[in-house]
Design a protein around this ligand. Structure first.
Ligand SMILES: Cc1ncc(COP(=O)(O)O)c(C=O)c1O
Length: 475
């Protein structure tokens, strides 16, 4: 591609993206294609000679786009959001253009220094302790793995990196923790059987007294409690593990405390929601995802530690070919995580934080919380529906309830969800809470407003009425 063609297609693609973002509602939220449809529509032969950009772009529009699920759709209510925003997209374009690989300070000083700065901004916005230092990881899963590895090293006086794990090390998390904890435990060599799942209370939050009981019992049996992973905003229901109680126990027993606040962490930028991080002074490590609720393109996870020295001691490696003259005076982020090569992720975050400012982000988060309250009230007052968890932030867990037995209700709600999503007008996903099948209305897309939430509610009620008129009778 020559420079003129690059410029021409560059303009065309930016126009295409602008139209896409503006006209998103013409697409079904969740891709309706069946397995194999996309592959079946593509030429399977690797081209011997390069194709013209025009042909590639036509295939993108005709075959790739129908197989895309539109995460930026204003009626996106599935999982949690993975927001982007115009400033973030433009920064990603610049990042791709620069093509910098930012493994150490010298390989792009601006990337290292900007990363340090934007993470200080995030730390202060959330109200994390000023002593905490941050680094960008790709995802919360990786950040949790990094925390588990660091906790493992600290628990073994930094011997397990050298000699492997010699004694059973234990990890504690709630039965509502994200699956990335189990994955991290397996990868970090603790062994899946060495996770203790701590019971939760009626609001699905970890019960600190149960945690303490488990730690004491394990110590009495000669095992070594190494790490507690608490969740601020569980995936299923946004339950908040109580950090003050958990933190005191960790401190008393010398156990590493990692906090997974992947989605909910962003809410701490609101003065009225700061309470979600009460007890954060006890924390050894903390992660939240600007790529979820802070308008920054996937992937971008902000990971903070109280003691960078233990993180670096776990991950540092100094082959001759990576040595630079500045190593003693700069941050080389390759030693703050798993990978060597690093993308310039700080740029998109910087663009977002500068473009929206704290107030712009607070306005968006507040509006999503308000919309969730609006939806919650509709659920609460409607005879066909039941609210299934407290609504503190922007997730509403609910289900149809016709008074049937629990296994019938699970089935009804599973089929009901499929029916709602078949419309293509909204996309919601589900979970189970204490064995009950629950629909999740996760509000957090940048463009979601009152209109989309009201329409979603109307669609849900209409579907419920149709449903109640068929096989199942509702009060
Ligand atoms: C509480 C929690 N932790 C971790 C994750 C995993 O996030 P990531 O995709 O960044 O690894 C999620 C995903 O939704 C989550 O809700």
């Amino acid at each position: 591609m020559d420079p003129d063609e690059f410029r021409r297609y560059g303009h065309l693609f930016v126009d295409w993206v602008a139209d896409y973002l503006e006209g998103m509602e013409r697409y079904p939220v969740c891709s309706p294609v069946k397995p194999g449809d996309v592959r079946g529509g593509l030429s399977l032969e690797m081209p011997e000679k390069g194709d013209a950009m025009e042909t590639i772009f036509r295939d993108f529009q005709d075959t790739i786009i129908p197989g895309i699920t539109h995460w930026q759709h204003p009626s996106w209510f599935a999982y949690f959001p993975a927001n982007n925003s115009p400033p973030s997209i433009l920064a990603e374009l610049l990042t791709a253009g620069l093509g910098a690989q930012c493994m150490v300070w010298k390989t792009s000083p601006a990337a290292a220094e900007l990363e340090e700065l934007v993470l200080e901004w995030l730390r202060d916005m959330l109200g994390l302790p000023v002593g905490m230092s941050g680094v960008i990881q790709d995802t919360a899963s990786t950040a949790t793995l990094v925390a588990l590895l660091t906790a493992r090293e600290r628990a073994t006086a930094y011997e397990s990196n050298k000699r492997g794990i010699k004694i059973p090390l234990l990890v504690y998390t709630s039965e509502e923790a994200h699956s990335s904890v189990e994955k991290g435990v397996k990868i970090a060599g603790y062994g899946k059987d060495n996770i203790r799942y701590i019971p939760t209370d009626k609001d699905y939050a970890m019960i600190p007294s149960e945690l303490e009981r488990a730690i004491i019992k394990d110590k009495e049996q000669g095992s070594c409690p190494a790490c507690v992973v608490a969740t601020v905003g569980t995936t299923s229901s946004l339950a908040m593990d109580p950090l003050v109680g958990i933190g005191k126990i960790c401190k008393e027993h010398g156990v590493w405390l990692h906090v997974d606040a992947a989605f909910a962490g962003t809410a701490a930028i609101l003065p009225e929601k700061k309470w979600i991080l009460d007890g954060v002074e006890y924390v050894d490590s903390f992660v939240f995802n600007p790529h979820k609720w802070m308008l920054t393109n996937f992937d971008c996870s902000a990971y903070f530690v109280s003691d960078p020295a233990s993180l670096i001691r776990t991950f540092e490696i100094h082959p001759e070919y990576l040595r630079t003259g500045q190593d003693a005076v700069v941050k080389n982020f390759r030693d703050w995580g798993i990978q060597l090569g690093r993308r310039f992720r700080a740029l998109k975050l910087w663009f977002v934080l500068r473009s929206y400012g704290l107030e712009g982000l607070q306005t968006m988060v507040r509006e999503h919380i308000r919309l969730a309250q609006y939806f919650k009230e509709r659920v609460d007052e409607h005879e066909l529906f039941e609210l299934m968890a407290p609504v503190e932030l922007s997730l509403v867990c609910f289900r149809l309830n016709n008074g049937g037995n629990e296994s019938d209700l699970n089935l009804i709600n599973e089929e009901f969800l499929a029916r709602i999503n078949q419309s293509g007008k909204v996309f919601l996903t589900h979970t189970t809470l204490k064995g009950k099948y629950v629909l999740r209305m996760a509000i957090g897309s940048r463009t979601t407003g009152q209109k989309q939430v009201r329409e979603a509610w109307e669609l849900i009620v209409t579907a419920a009425k149709e449903w109640s008129g068929t096989d199942y009778s509702f009060p």
